[in-house]
Ligand binder design. Sequence first.
Ligand code: PEP
Ligand code: MN
Length: 343
Amino acid sequence: MLIVMEQHATQEEIAAVVVAIENRGYQARPIPGGERTSIGVLQNKGAVDASLFAGLAGVKDVIPVTRPYKLVSREFQPENTVIRIGDVTVGDGTLTIIAGPCAIESDTQAMAIARHVHKAGASMFRGGAFKPRTSPYSFQGLGKEGLDILARVRDETGMPVVTEVMDERNFDLVEAYADIIQIGTRNMQNFSLLKRAGKSEKPVMLKRGMAATIDEWLMAAEYILEGGNGRVILCERGVRTFVHHSRNTLDLSAVPYVRKESHLPIIIDPSHAAGRRDQVIPLSRASVAVEADGIMVEVHHQPDLALSDGAQSLYPEQFEALCREVRGIHKSLFSGSAVAAAG
Ligand code: PEP
Ligand code: MN
């Protein structure tokens, strides 16, 4: 349930509603908005009696929340969540382009790719230091050394860096380096990791599980918000289907659906959806047209020598072309203006 306060409700009135909620054994979660404060009622086992709160001073409306997820829902927060990372904003109608290699392999490799993508117009750099690989014999990432390289990329280019955390054991370490902490598809329902992410001060990019429904994905995001971290970016990266012409199947309809259901920003990773280079640019174009808040793309200066995901990594010139094209599409469709909250 959501209790919407009058625009001019006083701090005392808000505090009194919080106390009334807590006295019933529920948890109160004030959500300050642009115009008015709302207060979420959490931890209720069944339906909450609206009349308990409707008559309190300063209360405008009491709205039942019909979805299983609450804090991530548009019912709870109608305005888009906008996330600021340094000079970069995600979710305000601008197009965020994140690019870099699948894995950080060396200082030379990361710097070469970073210079290319920065020049081409990427706003953030990606690269895995801890890699979740299907085979234990594949390159597992450089670990802390990879994080140190990412820090140098950030120092030299000014781009914020996105990198994956694979387990709770390394959370503190990754958190200390990353500007955005990525939780990968294989960990979308790693609930202890999600709870730890909920305690983080850093924004979290939560990838959709490869066989997850959108409800499951939003419930996973709910864990992070419930823990106190509201800075979550959702990332659609394709789901497992029966096809062989792509590694996964990019679920473009996830974007309009998530926009309706949630106020959280959503970006698309066409690289892991496609698994092959020739589909990455077309899927990127579609991602922008469907109104994703951004894209995250794998780029390598020598894809044939890449230690991970070379087949889907774009050459730097291809990435340059992609940036030109998607910025053009974004401009022509949305003229760079803020995206209105979905109705
Ligand atoms: C990645 O982005 O490096 C990655 C491993 O992606 P996913 O979790 O979507 O497979
Ligand atoms: Mn990859």
